[in-house]
Design a protein around this ligand. Sequence first.
Ligand code: ZN
Ligand code: ZN
Length: 318
Amino acid sequence: MPLRDTLQRIITEFPEARKHPLEAHPLARFMRGEGKQAATEGLGDQGSGLIVQASPGQGNWAAVPWIAVFDPVVTTSATRGYYVVYLFHATEPIVFLSLNQGTTSTRQEFGSRTRDILSDRAYFVRKRLPEFVSAAPTIKIETGSDARLPGDYSAGHCLGFSYSLAELPSEPVLRDDLQLLIRAYRALTFRGGLDADTDADMEVSDFNLPDNATITEKRKYVLHKKIERNGTAAKAAKKYHGTVCQACNLDFSARYGDIGQGFIEAHHLTPISALTEGVAVQYNIAKDFAVLCANCHRMIHRTDDPSDIVTFRGRLKN
Ligand SMILES: [Zn+2]
Ligand SMILES: [Zn+2]
């Protein structure tokens, strides 16, 4: 189903639907099924490696239902990190497309000051993505509910679009907007996410980088680490490649017993130079990942080409 029809149906039916139990409601089923599918298709070739999830609510209708897109490099949950999301206004026939933030850990740390922190971060994100602010110009949203989460969505909104039912754009425009926001999402990750510390030295000290490496070069290495630490990919890599180091054959369980069972690290084999801002990462687990013990993993990162596992194995024999 086209994205436009999907959004239209949810906006139109939500005010009545929320008066009835969520359980088995056709609109709730629609959101989790066709709604999720429409958003997935709307991503086009920007969708590689991304996860789409739809939530009309849990137990009861959410004040503001949503359909979200997660990059597992950043998060797989609306409670953490940052992500792209359609937020359906609590009372008005409006849907927002938003680059937004998870709030659980922020709440744990900052309590009643959470919304100040979210707003500050949203401001920072706009500074980090200036060209996307002009392209996705809605920088303030009002979700129409005083409840905690909807208020957090308003505070956590960084940039995006606002669509009213009366002026819902055409299918191509909706898709363009969604894909643009995904590019902003990936660009934010590449540029350091919500972390204001642009000096990535802590992360890149493991790599054999020249002292005068540019920030773009450093960011490629940081992204390499984020990709292989991504739990979804790491789990799949382990399942496919096993848990024995593919360079030195170390089996942690053989050396350390019980506590080493299943312990191995995923290593991403795409050449680091090929990791470019805005280019969707492909997750071909068989081809693009290896599993390495912690020592081999650190050492291969110190070679000139960490994607060349064959040459690295030769080095071990010598
Ligand atoms: Zn090893
Ligand atoms: Zn690696």
